[in-house]
Design a protein around this ligand. Structure first.
Ligand code: HEM
Length: 457
């Protein structure tokens, strides 16, 4: 399985020999949630902890994950804290829906994410990738972390609304960032809230943001609906407008279309941007691997991609992205609360505790992976959708609530990275390691400057 000898071990925060003291645990949870795990978590199936009276359970084994996310998934809901933070951005959209309402929305939206419909979106990904290299062409070096954020936002907004205007995209991007770094930052009282409307005196700024954000997204949708539209050049808004409930024959209401669009922007752009960043970073650490991927994309250039099937010309690129998702899963922690007491692998899990699944820990688990901390894309060679296999690989979650946008995200990431690697060889001058930092997503400890050397045509 090893491609380079010795294997490349990319940076990670240190692992503590035992559980952290509660004060240190609180500090690390806020500053880098990847740095809270003790050594034994990377060997065992299950662990319990408690932080200021909130009991937490880590499920760290494929059997337990399957029980919680698949067999007994209806017993687990997203915690109130998550709804409090995300509701102003994504309203009543799929991510926060529960129960029968979630089933209805998932059924309706699934039709927009079929491979046939993702094919419709590929020209938008190609256009966004071309915009990215056009911007990079003026430079010899770049902050790719920032560039990928803007490119992934461009891709999702083009895919949703065929939105080519930079100014409009910047306006939406600015608002999302303003929210995440402002009123959307978790507060201590969020952790103690029983519902998403508890402690209403803390919610004023979030509600004000929600009014502004909804008005802006409504405005974008209204502009796009009134503009002349090329029937050949379709987008996700077309698909959502065409969606009808099979049972009632009703179309989606305008507010529902808005909330679903906002959900896709929120769930789809930061995650894919992080994947692109970490995959690029890993390729700077392994120049041999980078050259192999470059050969592949030179043999089948991105502008020839017309269907998802064409992406099969790049198996090595896909394996690199899958390995980047393993080492640096953009969503490092999945959190649920049981509605009723449950028993997972013989352990009682009481109603009200916080149940964690950490793709970060599970992807580096010593019993489930060979050389768990090493960068070895070979391990995914020939495995096209390993996240559906039900093992210890969960970059997109698992079970009925698995990421609806996985095919969308990987298609976008393949096209984006292929376009960059066809044009440039990437390197980083600084020897300072980039440490992954766990927040809502896995971010770099600092944004390294990538050297962009024009690849020979
Ligand atoms: C590399 C990129 C992405 C990663 C790593 C990722 C990861 C995830 C994960 C782990 C979940 C499950 C969360 C949980 O169970 O608590 C999820 C759910 C979801 N994702 Fe993604 N995602 C990505 C891209 C996208 C894109 C591009 C879209 C849409 C355009 C999207 C839309 C969603 C939605 C709507 C859900 C909620 C599904 C539900 O609850 O039924 N994601 N994603």
């Amino acid at each position: 399985m090893l491609t380079s000898n010795p294997p490349i071990i990319p940076p990670a925060p240190p692992i503590h020999p035992k559980d952290l003291h509660p004060i240190r645990l609180l500090f690390e949870s806020i500053h880098n949630s990847l740095a809270i795990w003790p050594d034994y978590a990377f060997d065992g199936p299950f662990s319990r902890n408690s932080l200021f009276g909130v009991e937490t359970v880590l499920i760290n084994d494929p059997t337990g994950v399957h029980h919680m996310m698949v067999t007994n998934a209806s017993n687990y809901v997203r915690p109130a804290m998550m709804a409090r933070i995300m509701r102003p951005l994504i309203g009543q959209g799929l991510f926060l829906a529960e129960g029968e309402e979630w089933r209805r929305q998932r059924r309706l939206l699934s039709s927009s994410f079929t491979p046939h419909n993702v094919n419709i979106l590929l020209p938008h990904f190609i256009a966004a990738a071309n915009d990215l290299v056009r911007q990079l062409d003026e430079r010899e070096s770049a902050n790719l972390s920032k560039a990928y954020q803007s490119a992934a936002l461009n891709a999702v907004l083009r895919a949703l609304f065929s939105m080519p205007e930079q100014r409009e995209r910047d306006r939406l991007g600015y608002l999302v960032t303003q929210y995440i770094t402002g009123p959307g930052r978790p507060q201590i009282l969020d952790g103690f809230a029983k519902t998403d409307t508890s402690f209403p005196f803390t919610l004023g700024k979030r509600r004000a943001f929600q009014r502004k954000w909804n008005a802006v997204v409504d405005d974008v949708i209204a502009t796009r609906r009134s503009a002349p539209h090329d029937a050949e050049n379709r987008d996700m808004l077309d698909l959502l407008i065409a969606t009808h409930d099979e049972k009632t024959q009703q179309p989606l209401a305008p507010t529902e279309i808005r909330d679903q669009c906002a959900t896709m922007i929120f769930a789809g752009y930061e995650t894919t941007a992080r994947l692109l960043f970490w995959a690029s970073y890993l390729l700077t650490l392994d120049q041999g691997e980078q050259a192999r991927v470059a050969d592949e994309v030179n043999a089948f250039p991105p502008e020839r991609v017309a269907t998802l099937g064409d992406l099969e010309h790049w198996p090595r690129l896909r394996a690199v992205l899958l390995e980047a998702l393993r080492l640096y899963p953009p969503v490092p922690l999945l959190v649920r609360e049981p509605i009723d007491d449950d028993v997972i692998m013989g352990e009682t899990v009481k109603r009200g505790v916080q149940v964690y699944i950490s793709p970060w820990v599970l992807h580096r688990h010593r019993k489930h992976w060979q050389h768990p901390t090493a960068f070895i894309p070979d391990r995914f060679e020939g495995k096209s959708a390993p996240w559906t296999a039900g093992g210890a690989y969960l970059p997109f979650g698992a079970g009925p609530r698995i990421c609806i946008g996985a095919v969308f995200a990987l298609a976008e990431a393949q096209i984006m990275l292929a376009t960059v690697l066809k044009r440039y060889t990437l390197a980083i001058k600084s020897k300072r390691p980039v440490i992954p930092v766990g927040r809502l997503t896995i971010q770099p400890s600092y944004p390294p400057i990538f050297k962009l050397e024009r690849a020979k045509p």
